[in-house]
Ligand binder design. Structure first.
Ligand SMILES: NC(=O)c1ccc[n+]([C@@H]2O[C@H](COP(=O)([O-])OP(=O)(O)OC[C@H]3O[C@@H](n4cnc5c(N)ncnc54)[C@H](O)[C@@H]3O)[C@@H](O)[C@H]2O)c1
Length: 397
């Protein structure tokens, strides 16, 4: 029997590292930023000094949450602020590339939300801009930062359970049926579940399997004028294989297979497919999304009680199945089933990497890593049932 998960035992504070604090600016006071807020408020290694967002009500709330901070309507002003060392770019997808490049040119380190960009050319230009400026570029948050996947990666790399042969990843959500901005339903601007959600799922698969994908064959599922789902068969250069399935049409909630714990590591009520559809019958969906946002007073997420996750993931090795999930890492082998406990640190791992990258230490989610995950996402979009060979893959460090 798997032992019960005790959140109190697992909860740890971010490490207090004896290094100068980094001044962080936030671009885009979005849902992405809100999920990171509990970690940011607890962080002792960073000082949040400024933000940029065109919405005045969002800027006003930010200055209440971070007293003494500066708040700008324009991204350029954030780049010009000498009190900012690094910028967390959590704006809509179509702005990631231009903003990351502008930040690098201004000498700022960058943490950019997934997806890194909407084209390979843009991602390459971002990597080049950071290289030319000598600034750090980290791509995240993606769920591959979540501790149970990292713990699984360590065990896989140790060879303790033999070779990794197959990964099975699936996630059934309401993603595409939530209130959306117009661009989020336009694949040419980074909309649809492939840019938003495969960016998590493929990042996890790449991390678990060592990073080096060989090819992808996929089909997508249409919804609301964009992609609402996909099914992909993926091979690694070492011959291992993965299947990735995503269905965001709000017909069934796979949190039911994750002990009822939602993506952000909190108990989740199964969604109501009819109510979700009824809520979309409004003239201005983007306004409805804004009304649930940071500036409109949305409740700050509480610190997670469990690990965040991205749906059921099963890793088949020669001698075990590993199952990272909300309680930690389940190990199923000939000796039985056990839970490998993993410390609960919210999103502190993204700031571990940002600070490591700034200090010149190697990190997993550097620019070329993000570019490789983007290449895999773009392959899902291009494939239409044909096999796409990947050319920009990089290994886990
Ligand atoms: N990692 C995660 O768990 C997670 C979760 C949600 C969203 N995200 C990511 O966060 C990013 C934002 O998506 P969202 O759905 O949260 O967005 P959103 O629609 O909730 O918010 C976008 C915000 O950006 C602001 N904005 C628009 N243009 C801007 C500009 N030029 N400069 C500065 N701010 C600008 C808007 O006013 C708004 O406050 C995306 O990259 C998305 O993929 C990540």
């Amino acid at each position: 029997m798997t032992p019960a998960f005790d959140p109190a035992q697992a909860q740890v504070q971010p490490e207090r590292v004896n290094q100068p604090r980094v001044n962080l600016g936030i671009a885009g006071l979005s849902r992405g930023f809100m999920f990171t807020l509990p970690t940011l408020l607890a962080e002792t290694r960073l000082r949040v000094t400024a933000c940029a967002d065109p919405l005045p009500e969002a800027r006003a709330r930010f200055q209440r949450d971070f007293p003494g901070s500066a708040a700008y309507a324009e991204f350029a002003a954030l780049c010009a602020d000498p009190r900012v060392d690094a910028i967390y770019i959590a704006t809509p997808h179509q702005f990631h590339a231009t903003q990351a490049m502008a930040a690098a040119r201004a000498g700022k380190h960058v943490l950019v939300e997934k997806p890194m960009a909407t084209s390979l050319a843009c991602a390459q230009a971002m990597v080049e801009a950071a290289r030319a400026a000598g600034t750090a570029l980290v791509v995240g948050h993606s769920h591959s930062f979540d501790a149970p996947y990292r713990a699984a990666r360590q065990l896989i790399a140790s060879g303790r359970f033999g070779r990794l042969r197959m990964i099975t990843a699936l996630n059934f959500t309401d993603f595409i049926m939530r209130p959306r901005r117009a661009e989020e339903l336009d694949s040419t601007q980074g909309g649809g579940v492939v840019f938003s959600q495969a960016a998590h799922q493929l990042d996890i698969i790449r991390l678990l399997g060592g990073g080096m994908l060989r090819d992808i064959r996929a089909t997508t599922m249409p919804a609301r004028g964009t992609e609402g789902g996909y099914s992909a068969h993926i091979t690694f250069t070492d011959g291992a294989a993965a299947t990735a399935t995503y269905d965001g049409l709000a017909h069934w909630d796979s949190n039911a297979w994750q002990d009822g714990i939602g993506e952000m590591g909190m108990p989740a009520t199964p969604f109501d497919a009819a109510a979700i559809r009824a809520a979309l019958a409004v003239p201005d969906e983007a306004a409805l999304k804004r009304a649930r946002g940071y500036g409109a007073g949305a409740a700050q997420p509480a610190p997670a009680t469990h690990h965040a996750h991205f749906g059921p993931v099963l890793v088949s090795c020669d001698d075990a199945v590993l199952r990272p999930g909300p309680a930690g890492l389940h190990i199923h082998d000939a000796a039985g089933t056990r839970l490998h406990a993993v410390p609960l640190r919210g999103r502190a791992e993204i700031f571990d990497e940002l600070l490591d990258a700034i200090a010149g230490r190697p990190v997993t989610h550097h620019g070329a890593w993000g570019l490789a995950t983007l290449e895999a996402c773009l392959a899902i979009l291009r494939s239409k049932g044909e096999t796409i060979t990947l050319q920009h893959q990089v290994p886990c460090p």
